[in-house]
Design a protein around this ligand. Structure first.
Ligand code: UDP
Length: 368
């Protein structure tokens, strides 16, 4: 039989695919990366506008406590020290995120951790048993006032489902702190690449053959014939021709605008937590890269409003929907995937789970 042209075909050039390609090259294995989009990088892709790196698929902030992962990404391209401190805007009232002493002071006018704990203790009494959904979990973490102004409507907008119908773990991602600390993440290291995320992807894919605008499914047998092994990072239900039914995804669309002012909101991200606005957040991209006086040196700014919606064919799937039905359907695909010894399924879409960036690198490179 004729030998395949490559040791490995990587379907998808997002972070999972790009790190896998870096690893293959490093280990002396030849690989080909294909992507159906016109550019590389998956959702990390940025488009430079007015000299500003615009995160075309939503704000990406790299954060990790794993020193090896941080050193690895910095060895590819330098990262800055950006710290994510988003704000929440509830009908014009501004609150600090994540939930911390600043938020509690803004909400209740109190100043000590003891006072904040006493209020939350009182409000969480309405949840008497172990929280079984997002609403109960949120009230039990921060009480009803914060749930109603900062969580309830935002979550319904983001997921298109009632908080009672969503799993509790989604909200557990957010820290709750009884300190004055607006850093959204608990991790030791945090930042974005100084030269933008495209520089990270370019460094990962340096010396690797890539084809963009290439749809694996449009010519499946041809692509499969090219390599001994496949790393597949697309939708797992599509890979198996939807044999157990379709998985649901949430998607987001972005309305991006250039403004003739140097600063729109004084912060990278502001969440709009009321249902009065249809978007969930506004990202002002220059704030990831320019700090202090640097902001005014560029007289323009680029902002993106983010609108979540249910995914339909032809759109980019962003988030898996981890409700009971989808979890059960994914379980069947997972079983089938385990029996495919030529193919590895990896990343947010192929593993049908929410992944931050750092754990993907940790996993692919096995950096403990
Ligand atoms: N969340 C919220 N209000 C906020 C920010 C987050 O209620 O202002 C909830 C919401 O349910 C969201 C979850 O917390 O899905 C996790 O937020 P995170 O910022 O981690 O989500 P990401 O934007 O990274 O997907």
């Amino acid at each position: 039989m004729e030998r395949s042209k490559y040791d490995c075909l990587i379907v998808g050039s997002g972070l999972y695919g790009a790190v896998s390609a870096w690893k293959a090259r490093r280990e002396g294995r030849s690989c080909l990366v294909i992507d159906r989009r016109p550019q590389l990088g998956g959702n990390l892709y940025c488009q430079k506008t007015e000299g500003i790196e615009v995160h075309s698929y939503g704000p990406h902030i790299f954060h990790t406590s794993n020193r090896k992962v941080w050193d690895f990404v910095n060895s590819l391209t330098p990262f800055n020290g950006f710290i994510n401190s988003p704000l929440a805007n509830y009908n014009g009232e501004l609150y600090s995120l994540p939930f911390n002493m600043n938020t509690f002071r803004q909400m209740w006018g109190i100043s000590t951790p003891e006072e904040a704990k006493a209020i939350i203790e009182e409000q969480r009494k309405e949840i008497s048993c172990e929280p079984s959904n997002l609403e109960e979990q949120a009230i039990s973490l921060v009480g009803r006032n914060i749930y109603e102004k900062l969580i309830k409507e935002y979550t319904q907008k983001q997921w298109g489902r009632e908080c009672k119908d969503l799993p509790a773990f989604i909200i557990k991602r957010l820290p709750v702190r009884f300190e004055y600390n607006n850093n959204y993440y608990d991790d030791t290291y945090q930042g974005v690449p100084v030269k933008g995320y495209n520089a990270l992807i370019e460094a990962l894919l340096e010396g690797v053959e890539t084809v963009t605008g290439a749809d694996f499914f449009a010519n499946r047998s041809y692509w499969e014939s090219l390599a001994e092994r496949i790393i597949f990072t697309g939708r797992i239900d599509e890979y198996f021709d939807f044999c157990f039914g379709r998985l649901d995804y949430r998607t987001v669309t972005f309305e991006t605008e250039t403004l003739d002012i140097p600063d729109f909101q004084g912060n990278a991200v502001v969440n709009y937590t009321s249902k009065a606005q249809p978007f969930t957040r506004i990202t002002e991209h220059k704030h990831f890269y320019l700090f202090g006086d640097e902001v005014k040196f560029n007289p323009k700014t680029v902002i993106s409003r983010e609108y979540p919606c249910e995914w339909s064919e032809g759109r980019e799937p962003f988030y898996p929907v981890n409700d009971i039905r989808n979890t059960a359907v994914y379980g069947k695909y997972r079983e089938l995937a385990l029996s495919q010894n030529k193919v590895v399924f990896g990343g947010r879409l192929a593993e049908y789970r929410y992944y931050d960036m750092a754990p993907i690198i940790e996993k692919v490179l096995d950096l403990k």
